[in-house]
Structure formats: C-alpha cells, structure tokens
Write a protein that binds this ligand. Structure first.
Ligand SMILES: C[S@@+](CC[C@H](N)C(=O)[O-])C[C@H]1O[C@@H](n2cnc3c(N)ncnc32)[C@H](O)[C@@H]1O
Length: 289
C-alpha cells in the first residue's frame, strides 16, 4: 500500500505533520540500539516548544537527534531558524527531502553527524528529544552555552538533574547542572508516547540559564571537587576531602580541612547545596592546591 501524502487541506491549514505518517514515510523502524525512539504523541509534541521560557530568543533553535522530524516540524513553527543534528545517514536524507522547502529557504539546516563530534553552531535555544546514550555528555556541552534548554531524558536522569540537596536523587549531576541554571522537570512522558517504546519513562526538563549567586574562580576545579566529594557521598566532608585528593587534584587536603568550618566538615555531600560547595571550593582553591 502506498503511503498517502499529506492532503492539500492539511498543507493549506499548515496543520502540524502527523508523527505516525512521518515514521511511515521515512520507511524506517526506530532502532533502540541507535537511541531511536520517535515521539508519536501529538499532544506531547505540540506542548514541547511551549516549555521554553516566555522570553526565550527563538532566532536559532538547535535540535539534537532529528529522527523523522516530528519535533523539527513543531520547532519550525516557533523559530526563525532551526539546525538539526542527526547521525543516521538515512534519517538525515529523509529530513532533507521531507523539509526540502525549509532547507531551500535557509530556515532549516541539517547537520549530518555525531552531535558529540560536529561543530555546533551558535544557537539561542535548544529543544531536543535526546539520544539517551549521550544525555550526559551532550548536556554538559549545551549547559555552558548559557541559553534555554528543553530536553527529554530518561526519567531517573532528569530527576537527578533537578534534585534538591537533601533528597536521595541529589548528586554530582544536580550540582553541576544547577550551577548553570534553574533546572525543572516540566512533564513526565509515558513510554507509549514513543515508537518503539523505550524501557523506562521519560521526563522533559527545562533549564533556564542564570549566573550563579556565588563566585567560582575556576569552574573546572569546582566541578572536579564536587565530583570527588560525591564519590564519598556517605562519608563526612572532612573524610571526603582527605580521601579524594587524587580526584580533586588537591596537593594539601589537610590545609583545606584546617581552614573549613567544623559545621561544614561534619556534613555529607548530599546535604551541601551548590553554594556550600562553591564556598568550600574557594577555601580549597586558596589553601589546598
Ligand atoms: C530519541 S530519537 C528522537 C527523534 C526525534 N527528534 C523525535 O522526537 O521523534 C533520537 C535521535 O537521535 C539520533 N542520534 C542518536 N545518536 C546520535 C548522536 N550521537 N548524534 C546525533 N544524533 C544521534 C537517532 O538516530 C535518533 O534519530
């Protein structure tokens, strides 16, 4: 049976493309081994661009992992320009064909390649149903750009990003992400919204960039120090500082222990908010490096 093309009425009314039809037109089954879980729930797709902060600059929106273009279609409705990165050659070819008019007019650029390897353009916001295999690595490339992000993650990962100090989910990922912006879970997305359905539920996370309300002189050291202390999350900060100098790179951990307040030294990493980590980092920077 030949796949029906979108009819003239649909095109004229500029109705959003039907996600199931896109998958059928692409003629590909999503391959979970390639992180291919296409969003096929219209209502979820229609809501996603609306999660951008109200004042977001939508001059140039980046999408990581275009798939069959269901989200691309929604982004083209709100953005002046969209750049899509897609690693799968067949999907990149399909997107070029499906969105030929937008490619031609310069509103859409398809970058074929691995999002961790291509040179990402300057973009003003990023909205993506991410390939989960690269969630962490791509997110930490996006966060320092300081633009709004609306990203789909595996539920557990998204919840850890947004977690507050003192909760079980709070960890290195929470501190590092919240260093760059306000992180919120804005929607839980059920498995059946995707084709093929992933093994676990997903969440949409919004990151609204802001400068932290604390000073960090050396960002790389701050992130290494936080990472080091969370490898010993059940130990006190005192023991954490002493035991992890090989990770944090401190040459004199004892000097940091001497300089820090007893109250802080008795805490555990899971109870330190980002500001407390920043203050301890400043001491470590001054006394222990
Ligand atoms: C979860 S699907 C999302 C597809 C589409 N945006 C949607 O919402 O239906 C992720 C897409 O990322 C692509 N992909 C996987 N790994 C990638 C990588 N390292 N760089 C770029 N794209 C990748 C997959 O081929 C797939 O099309």
């Amino acid at each position: 049976m030949t796949e029906p093309q979108p009819d003239a009425t649909e095109a004229a009314a500029h109705a959003p493309r039907d996600p199931d039809r896109l998958v059928r037109r692409a003629g590909l089954r999503g391959d979970p081994d390639q992180d291919q879980h296409f969003l096929v729930d219209d209502r979820v797709l229609d809501r996603i661009p609306g999660y951008l902060p109200e004042d977001a600059d939508t001059t140039h929106v980046l999408e990581v992992g275009g798939g069959t273009g269901a989200l691309t279609d929604r982004l083209l409705r709100v953005a002046d320009r969209v750049t899509v990165v897609e690693r799968d050659t067949r999907l990149a070819a399909f997107l070029r064909e499906e969105f030929a008019d937008d490619v031609e007019s310069g509103r859409l650029t398809i970058l074929e390649g691995d999002a961790l390897e291509v040179d990402l353009p300057e973009f003003t916001a990023c909205v993506s149903n991410l390939p989960y295999g690269i969630s962490s690595e791509i997110t930490f490339r996006l966060l320092p750009r300081g633009v709004p992000l609306v990203l789909m993650f595996q539920k557990e990962f998204g919840e850890r990003m947004a977690a507050e100090a003192g909760t079980d989910e709070y960890g290195r990922l929470s501190v590092s992400a919240q260093h760059y912006g306000d992180v919120e879970v804005v929607e839980t997305v059920p498995r059946k919204a995707f084709s093929p359905a992933p093994a676990v539920e997903s969440v949409l996370v919004r990151v609204t960039p802001r400068d932290p309300d604390y000073e960090v002189r050396d960002e790389a050291f701050f992130l290494d120090f936080v990472k080091a202390l969370f490898t010993q999350r059940r130990k006190t900060i005192r023991n954490g500082i002493r035991n992890t100098a090989h990770i944090s790179g401190l040459s004199d951990p004892e000097a940091v222990v001497d300089a820090a307040d007893e109250e802080v030294l008795r805490k555990r990493a899971g109870n330190m908010d980002p500001r407390a980590f920043a203050e301890l980092t400043a001491l470590a920077d001054e006394h222990g490096r």
